[in-house]
Design a protein around this ligand. Structure first.
Ligand code: SAH
Length: 213
């Protein structure tokens, strides 16, 4: 994602009611944020938030948390979020590398990774959000039978992700190199990147994986 310095975005985020500002202090206590016992699903690298806002509107019985590391991007999601009444969606400005500092064991019921940064250089492989290093982090916070659902247009990153899942001993629930022309397309919610890349004629790859505990 190209980064512009959006003037005032840091200040606007600091005072926003939909952003949880000290996420570490809610580790093991996210139910308190939502004031109910509904399952919590997260998106890591949420970008401008379209996907998660739509899911939160469609599924009021699920709680959603969007994680984004750049304030200049998060501010766009906040702007959209302000237009709708949604008790089940919060945002965090955070680098997911430290995700185990903010969620406790079994606290999360699903993880979405959409169009994650590819980090094409081999020496940066461990920064990819589907690397075995990240899978180990997710394993700690996911409840039994919970899934990681990953979409990308990047074939190299997708092949890498399939390999990492196998290395880490996760199971593949399903996978496709062309989501939009597959049986899994029904009910698919498009992200901003997905709309852009599929309009360019690029196939969208998707993997649904989980680890048997
Ligand atoms: N999911 C959105 C955006 C994809 S771009 C969509 O599909 O349209 C990838 C996003 O992930 C960027 O906004 C980037 O800032 C964010 N990101 C990348 N690495 C991250 C990390 N370690 N923690 C949190 N966000 C991250």
């Amino acid at each position: 994602m190209r980064l512009k310095n959006v003037r005032g975005s840091k200040e606007a985020i600091t005072s926003n009611e939909f952003v949880v500002h000290d996420p570490e202090s809610f580790k093991g206590k996210w139910k308190e944020v939502f004031a109910n016992n509904n399952p919590i699903h997260i998106e890591i690298g949420m970008g401008k938030g379209k996907f998660l806002i739509q899911l939160a509107m469609e599924n009021p019985e699920i709680n959603y948390i969007g994680i984004e590391k750049y304030s200049s991007v998060l501010i766009r999601a906040i702007e959209k979020r302000m237009e709708v009444e949604l008790p089940n969606l919060y945002f965090i400005l955070f680098n997911a590398e430290h995700i185990n500092d903010i969620f406790a064991e079994n606290e999360i019921a699903q993880i979405y990774l959409n169009f994650s940064d590819p980090w094409p250089k081999e020496r940066h492989a461990r920064r990819r959000l589907t690397s075995k290093e990240y899978l180990a982090r997710y394993d700690k916070l996911l409840a039994p039978d919970s899934e990681v659902i990953f979409k990308t247009d990047n074939r190299d990153l997708f092949v890498f992700s399939l390999e990492q899942v196998e290395l880490a001993n996760w199971e593949i629930h399903n996978s496709t190199y062309d989501l939009h022309h597959s049986e899994y397309s029904i009910g698919n919610v498009m992200t901003e990147y997905e709309e852009k890349f599929s309009a360019m004629g690029k196939p969208i790859h998707r993997l649904v994986t989980f680890r048997v505990k």
